[in-house]
Design a protein around this ligand. Structure first.
Ligand code: PLP
Length: 448
């Protein structure tokens, strides 16, 4: 029999909580306040359901992330991913903190301009930029990240009738050990496509290749895959330095850092398994610093982090509509928050807390939304105390994507408020009304 290799034993701290003789702790601490403002007061003033964003949490998270990177790498720039949450108030907080804008459509591009972002500080990503949008981005000296050859040819064609020299980067996709691989965006590293794109840009006098970009996926819980990605981009940058004597100005490793939410089916809660900003920063900065790139010409490191910066700052407050028993005997709680307002409930086990102290008795419960749809489930099974009709609850960590991927479906979208660092509650998006929806509709004459 073959001898197995020896593995040193080690002691690891249990992070998931302390079991008692009855098993894991099952009490739910209520969330009664957000930034010292009573949840009941927010609902009384702004209705239920209502989204709440904490300005303090946004700024704290940003500072934490920035600190992790700037202490490890000399040139760092964040660019706020608009599609993650493009409420103007949110974007402006990130811009005040020094973030540029990262946009993936003409709509988001215009939103960034209207938020006062300089054209030269807008990164234009995405696979579907129109000629008109490209022309505007070129005129404004924005950074255009090319997704495919047809887009490259469009930029070349536009630049032939323009004084401007478009500033471009290519998006690179690659094998980082995470499958399925995201290979539909950009040019592939392993196949040589990326070099093909680089060479075409470099021999074209009109285009200015300023950066290299990769966005390897979203909710990536392996810091190691960023190390691979940053290493491969650094390899390309070094190759360009050698072949053309040109220094790439920036390497953009995209977004995708995991937030602390728990994915459906995950064994451990996300708050125990998600890498910290420090771990991501360590992986990325060491890949760049240990690369062959000449240290005198280190490129700026750009980060397009979205969800990991905003998820924790978002809450969705709601009210219990009813309780009932399912045919299985299981308890069901029906609430006024549906999947139309909580898109991320399709892949996260969202944490739901009572908004006031309640009985310690917990029972496995299914939480349904108010939509007349079987799929309207906020949680399939959660150990939850009995909340009565009219009781309030708080869903935590919902700041990313829910305020952009929400649907006007069956009901209207509710108010969004910001708990400000000034201690006040600010309305940042008004609830929708019938008139707003109907004004977009046109009734043909014969139906009037
Ligand atoms: C969506 C997106 C991001 C942000 O991703 P997160 O998972 O929210 O961090 C960054 N860059 C690009 C190109 C994107 O498409």
């Amino acid at each position: 029999m073959e001898k197995k290799p020896f593995e040193r034993p080690f002691i690891k701290k249990l992070q998931a909580g302390m079991p008692s003789k009855f098993g894991m702790k099952s009490m739910t601490e209520p969330i009664t306040h957000i930034d010292d403002i009573p949840v009941s007061e927010i609902i009384a003033d702004y209705g239920s359901p209502v989204y709440v964003l904490s300005e303090k949490t946004i700024r704290d998270q940003f500072k934490k992330a920035k600190h992790a990177f700037t202490t490890r790498y000399p040139k760092v720039q964040f660019a706020w991913s608009y599609k993650t949450n493009y409420l103007d108030a949110v974007c402006r907080i990130f811009h005040q903190e020094g973030s540029w804008a990262e946009v993936v459509s003409g709509f988001e591009y215009d939103k960034a301009l209207q938020n006062g972002v300089k054209g030269s500080q807008i990164i234009f990503n995405g696979p579907a930029k129109t000629d008109e949008e490209l022309k505007k981005a070129i005129d404004n000296d924005s950074l255009i990240h090319i997704d495919h050859f047809d887009e490259m040819y469009a930029i070349i064609a536009i630049s032939e009738n323009s004084e401007k020299r478009p500033k471009v980067a290519i998006r690179v996709n690659m094998d980082t050990g995470i499958y399925p691989m995201w290979d539909r965006f950009g040019f592939n590293y392993e196949s040589g496509d990326a070099w093909d794109a680089i060479n075409r840009i470099m021999v074209n006098e009109k285009l200015d290749l300023v950066g290299l970009h990769a966005h390897i996926g979203t909710y990536m819980f392996s810091a190691g895959s960023y190390k691979i990605a940053a290493g491969k981009l650094a390899d390309l940058a070094y190759g360009i330095e050698r072949k053309y004597g040109v220094n790439i100005k920036y390497i953009d490793v995209g977004g995708g850092f995991a937030s602390q939410n728990t994915l459906k089916g995950a064994y451990y809660p996300g708050s125990d398994t998600t890498p910290s900003f420090d771990e991501y920063a360590e992986a990325i900065s060491s890949a760049l610093l240990n690369s062959q790139i000449n240290p005198r010409n280190l490129p700026t490191l750009i980060l397009e982090t979205g969800r990991a910066l905003i998820d924790d700052a978002g809450y969705l407050l709601g009210t219990v509509i009813a309780n009932k028993r399912l045919s299985s005997g299981n308890r069901a709680t029906i609430v006024d928050v549906g999947v139309n307002l909580l898109f991320t409930s399709f892949w996260y086990e969202h944490e739901v807390y009572p908004a006031a102290p309640v009985s310690e008795h917990m029972e496995e419960t299914t939480i349904f939304g108010p939509l007349c749809m079987n799929i309207d489930v906020i949680r399939d099974a959660i150990a939850f105390p009995l909340l009565k009709k009219g009781d309030h609850f708080v869903i935590k960590r919902i700041g990313a994507y829910n305020m952009t991927q929400w649907m006007q479906f069956i009901t209207l979208r509710p108010n969004v408020v910001l708990t400000g660092t000034d201690g006040k509650v600010h309305l940042i998006r008004k609830q929708e009304h019938m008139d707003l929806i109907r004004q977009q509709e046109v009734i043909p004459g014969h139906l009037k």
